[in-house]
Each structure stands twice: as C-alpha cells, then as structure tokens.
Design a protein around this ligand. Structure first.
Ligand code: ZN
Length: 400
C-alpha cells in the first residue's frame, strides 16, 4: 500500500469547515489521518501544497451520458446504443479534467450508462466514479427519455423500481410531471400521483437508495415532497408553501439552474424544436425567486447540471451551477461548495465514502492553483487550469 502525505495550506473539508496548515495522510485509496505534525512511515511520499487550497473532488449527481449538450435530443434518437457508449466515455473524461470526481447518470437509454460505468471501472478510460440510475421511471405515455421504464399504479411502480435496482441502479429517478424535452407533455402538468411516488421512494429506501424526482408546477412539486422523495429535481416554480413542506420533510433541492441559464442564451439560434424553446421560456423567469427563497429558508441545496441537455456541456457546467447558486440564488460560496460535495454525496447514498475530506473516506481531492480560493471567487473552478491536481481514490488522475 502506498503512503502519501499531502500538506495543504487551507483545507476546505466540504461540510462547511476549513482547516489551516494541515497534512492529509493517505494510505492506498483512503485518508487515514488529518492533522498537524503527523508521524508517518519512512516510505511516505510527501507532496507539499502548503501554499495552496485543497478541497474535495466535485460531485455532480445529474448528468446524462447519452447526450452531449451539442446535439438536438431529437437527433440523438437516431444514434445506436453502441455509438452513445463510445461518445459517453469521451464525455466523462472531460468531467475529470474539471475536478468532477463522482457523477450520477440521471437516466439514459438501455444499458449505455452501465457500459460507461464498466469501462471506467475496468480502467479502459480515465473517468470519474460513475453511478447510474438506469432508466427514468415514468407513467405510461409520459416522457420518453430514450426508453423509459413506464409504470402505472403503486404496484407497477414498485415493479419498475425493483427492475432498475436489479439492473444495478445506484439511485432511482422518477418523472413526477411533464418535461421540456418531450413534445407531448406539458412541464407543469403532474403525472405520477402521490401514492405512486410514495411507493417508489419507499422501495428505494428499502435498499438504502435515494429517490430523485423531476418535477415542475405547484401540484407535481407538492406530490413529490409529500411522498417522501429524497431529492426534488428542477422544482420550478418553488412556492413558499412547498418550501415550508420541504423543511418539514427534509427534501433536498436540486434546481439545475445552469441548464436553463445556458439554453436561454441560445433561444434565437433556431437549433431547438419550437416546443422546447416555448417551455424553457415559461420556466426560466421563475427560477431565481424560488432558489433565493429556498436559500433563505435554509433548504439543503445539491448541485446537478443536466449536462448533456442542450447547451449544457460536460466540464465547466458543474462549477457554473455552483456560481449560479451564488450569483442568482444568493447562496454563500460555502453553501455552493457543500451542494457540490457533501450534499451531492448524500444524494447518491455514498456520503460514508466521499463528499468530505475526512478520515476513513476515499482520497478524492483537488489541489488548486497558487492564489486561487473558491471561497473568495467560486468562478475559478470553471477554468480547468486552476485545478492543478485531481486525486481519485488516492491516485493522481489529472496533473497539470
Ligand atoms: Zn435531467
């Protein structure tokens, strides 16, 4: 087992705390000690970053590896699974370049996300820890997200959840309402009823997995919260009534601001189907107020980008989401970092392994460029040149 001592000038733990001038002792994949003046075995390699900021690897629980951000989702329907898998492995390598060490795939087609995961785990490519949710679970006639697992009624929903778990899902993704990217649904119309969402959330909980639900509109959002779903995804508009319910039910909030923000910059480009532009225009103006109110109410935020959706490119989108939480949502830089580390790990049920730099956890961490501190300027993470080293499971996977 290799021994590594990493000296950090400032350590952002990921839970809201910072430590000054500490050393992190890494044995193999894991952090075995953190402190000052550590005694280490003679064969320990020392890396001195005592003039730098060190932070946890960034976690994005919401990407779609079957999409690349630049291709119209309608066109992607014509691509083979094999092509999507080959493209997918290229996309996840970009994430690592930007310090994203763990991602969740929030629904894909067939076995593509599982194939990408396997390619990473077999060492065929340099990719982040990859946790797929499998297929999106929707109502019959709901959004067809590249082959959804359609289910009606609580019993059938349980069947669908069990199938995704059986395929190796790391979490469960539900479509509680219509969506922008499906032509025959309206975003604000609710789809699953509370009893169906509840059946899914409970079934996931039985195997210690989290449930995430895509939801828009007051009714669908309320159903999601009352059903005990763990993570509200999108959640626009977020009313004060629903914020109060989220507090009571401890629902985590993933607003995915970056995907709407980037896409609305291109509404006049003519690349997207008319129905998508129309629906995005309905939603974008509603986002700021809801996120601001959620931040004020102390709702736990979690990063999620929807990377792969139109104009939401792999890489800098994850840290751009953190910037938008600060700039548009009024969150502190620290809240945004927690959203992309500790809370993101919780949302994927891996908070015992990653998300914070603590003893016993995997050594997934970033060493930043001299003079760069995301607590002073969260935008520095969007320039990959500011991320000098990326450690994943105790190994340097990016060095520049
Ligand atoms: Zn999504």
């Amino acid at each position: 087992m290799s021994n590594l001592l990493l000296k950090a000038g400032k350590l952002i733990v990921g839970d809201g705390k910072t430590l000054e001038n500490v050393s992190i002792f890494i044995q193999g994949e894991k952090i075995s000690e953190i402190g000052q003046d550590l005694t280490t075995p003679p064969d320990t390699e020392v890396l001195d970053f005592s003039d730098r900021v060190v932070m946890p690897g960034i976690i994005d629980p919401h990407v779609h590896v079957c999409f690349d951000g630049g291709t119209n989702p309608e066109e992607v329907k014509l691509f083979s699974d094999e092509l999507l898998a080959i493209r997918g492995v290229q996309l996840v390598e970009i994430l690592l370049e930007y310090g994203v060490t763990t991602v969740g795939d929030a629904a894909g087609r067939g076995n593509v996300p599982f194939a990408v995961k396997e390619a990473i785990e077999k060492g065929l490519i340099n990719g982040p820890r990859f946790l797929p949710c499998g297929k999106m679970i929707t109502i019959s006639g709901g959004r067809n997200f590249g082959g959804a697992n359609q289910a009606d009624g609580p019993d059938d929903v349980r069947r669908a959840v069990r199938e995704e778990i059986g395929r190796g899902a790391s979490y469960i993704k539900l479509a509680a309402t219509g969506a922008i990217s499906s032509p025959n649904t309206e975003s604000f119309n609710s789809q699953f009823d509370i009893d169906e969402l509840q059946a899914a959330a409970n079934e996931a909980r039985k195997v210690q997995l989290k449930s995430h639900a895509h939801a828009y509109g007051d009714v669908g959002i309320k159903n999601t919260i009352l059903a005990g779903v763990d993570v509200l995804v999108h959640g626009h508009p977020l009313s004060q009534e629903n914020i109060e319910l989220m507090k009571k039910h401890k629902t985590m909030y993933m607003p995915t601001i970056v995907t709407y923000y980037e896409s609305q910059l291109h509404h006049n480009d003519g690349d997207l189907p008319e129905y998508m532009v129309r629906k995005e225009k309905e939603i974008f103006p509603l986002i700021e107020e809801g996120v601001r109110n959620a931040v004020k109410a102390g709702i736990e935020l979690v990063v999620g980008t929807d990377s792969g959706m139109p104009y939401t490119y792999y890489g800098k989108s994850t840290s751009e989401e953190m910037e938008l939480m600060v700039r548009l949502g009024g969150a502190s830089e620290m809240i945004a970092i927690i959203a992309g580390t500790k809370n993101a790990a919780w949302s994927l049920s891996i908070d015992d392994k990653v998300g914070t730099i603590e003893v016993g956890k995997s050594a997934d961490l970033l060493v930043l460029a001299l003079g760069k501190n995301p607590l002073e300027d969260i935008t520095i993470l969007q320039d990959k040149e500011n991320i000098k080293r990326v450690f994943l499971k105790g190994k340097i996977v990016i060095e520049r």
